[in-house]
Every structure is written in structure tokens, then in C-alpha cells.
Design a protein around this ligand. Structure first.
Ligand code: AKG
Length: 244
């Protein structure tokens, strides 16, 4: 992570990471996401939300190792780790599918982190990474963020300064989960598809329903990979951190 990225993240509360997935890597992730979507659509007992505003495939890392492996993406994860610290862990993950012409957004303005940390550089609690699987312009339901609002005790009174997180398929962005954000309505004729990976500190619990399955935990143990194990919550509650 560059100093310029650190300054921008600290001031604005978000970072764009264009071209995180390109070429064959992007095609693989899109294929894996499409297969997860098909399985989820065919079986309504699978976890997630189904509404006119959003189809939410909950925990896509359970569907395909190509989606699991994005948790430790070679260029994006080091930025997340640099921001949150060596005790980084996974909090939740989703595949969001926003239908065309949504009647209303699936996510009005909000902060993900209700706890208001004491303001100092280490009070960052959660960082959320988005991978665009489709092109997203202003009309296609982009995430909107109010730059700098992650530092404020109160929610902004106006969202006039909000920025739309637009981009091409394969682009990524991340934000401090304390930032004030929403999803804009999808006013286009296109689906918006985005993978979301949320990270916090090892002492935090995953959101309910996102605890890794026994299968994923066994595979992480068998891999012996310290990053994979820690991200899935394997370790000592208050002593776990990745080696430098
Ligand atoms: O779909 C989006 O861009 C917004 C998602 C959101 O609000 C969230 O993950 O907290």
C-alpha cells in the first residue's frame, strides 16, 4: 500500500482499486459467481434475501473455491491487511445481484459500524471490499459514499458531496465501514453484480449466518496456510495475528 493510498483512505474513507481482476482471472470469478447464482436461484432454502430490489447470495465463499480465494486476493488483501492490521479476519461475504429497474434501493443511507470508535488511526473496525462483476455507471445502482463521513460522530445532514463508486467489471473498491453510504437505485436495464468481502479484527465475530462451514474450516486447517486459517477465524481469540 502506498503512502498516497493511506492518506487518501484516511481522509476520504475509501479507495478505488481499478483492474483488480482482469482477463482470465476475471472470467474465472464471473463464471464461479454465475454458477453460485444458478445454484442459489434453484434452491430457495439457500441462505440470502430475495426481493424486487436485491437478490443476495449469502456466503458465496461456500459455493466455489475461486470465490473463497478472493478473500486473500494477491493485491487487494495486502491493502486490507495494511489498513486493519495483522489481526485481520473475515466478517461476512455476499454476492449482490441488483435487478434492472429496481423499485427502490436495497440499501438506504447507513453506516455499517454502529460503534463509534474513539477517533485515532487504529480505531478502524471494518473494511469492506467490492469486486464489480459487471460494468457499473451512475444509472446501474452504484454504491454511493460521502467522503470523510467516516470521521464524523453523526450522520451527514446532506449527501450532496456523495461520490458514486462506478467502474468496469473487474474493478474493486473498498471503504471504512463507518463511512456513510448507500446503494443508488438501479435505473438501468442491466443487472448489477458485485461480490462483497467484509473484514474486521480477529476478536470480532462474523455476522450471524456467515460463520465458515465445517468443510471450509477443515480445508483451511489442511492447507496449513496461516492467512487462510486466520481469515476464517482459526486461532486464539485474543492472541492471533499474522507474522510480519
Ligand atoms: O450494494 C451496495 O453497493 C451497498 C451495499 C451496502 O450498503 C453494504 O454492504 O453495507
Amino acid at each position: 500500500m502506498t503512502d498516497a493510498q493511506r492518506v487518501a483512505f484516511d481522509e476520504q474513507g475509501y479507495l478505488s482499486l481499478p483492474g483488480a481482476l482482469v482477463g482470465a482471472a476475471l472470467a474465472q470469478v464471473q463464471e464461479a459467481a454465475a454458477q453460485a447464482e444458478a445454484l442459489w436461484s434453484a434452491d430457495t432454502s439457500r441462505l440470502g434475501a430475495r426481493s424486487a430490489a436485491l437478490d443476495q447470495v449469502q456466503a458465496p465463499i461456500e459455493y466455489d473455491d475461486r470465490l473463497l480465494e478472493l478473500l486473500w486476493h494477491p493485491t487487494v488483501f495486502p491493502v486490507v491487511r495494511a489498513l486493519l492490521g495483522d489481526d485481520v479476519a473475515m466478517i461476512d461475504n455476499d454476492l449482490f445481484l441488483t435487478p434492472p429497474r429496481t423499485p427502490q434501493t436495497h440499501a438506504g443511507w447507513h453506516h455499517d459500524v454502529g460503534m463509534q470508535g474513539i477517533y485515532h488511526p487504529k480505531s478502524l473496525l471494518m473494511v469492506k471490499v467490492f469486486y464489480l462483476l459487471t460494468d457499473v455507471d451512475e444509472t446501474r445502482g452504484p454504491t454511493m459514499v460521502v467522503p470523510g463521513s467516516q470521521r464524523w460522530e453523526e450522520s451527514p445532514q446532506s449527501v450532496e458531496s456523495a461520490v458514486a463508486m462506478t467502474g468496469k467489471a473487474g474493478d474493486a473498491y473498498l471503504f471504512n465501514c463507518r463511512i456513510y453510504h448507500c446503494a443508488a437505485n438501479n435505473d438501468s436495464d442491466h443487472w448489477r453484480r458485485v461480490l462483497i468481502y467484509n473484514y474486521g479484527h480477529f476478536w470480532m465475530k462474523p455476522w450471524q449466518g456467515y460463520e465458515p462451514s465445517a468443510r471450509l474450516l477443515a480445508a483451511a486447517h489442511a492447507s496449513g496456510d496461516p492467512v487462510r486459517k486466520q481469515l476464517l477465524g482459526i486461532g486464539d481469540a485474543y492472541g492471533q495475528r499474522l507474522a510480519a
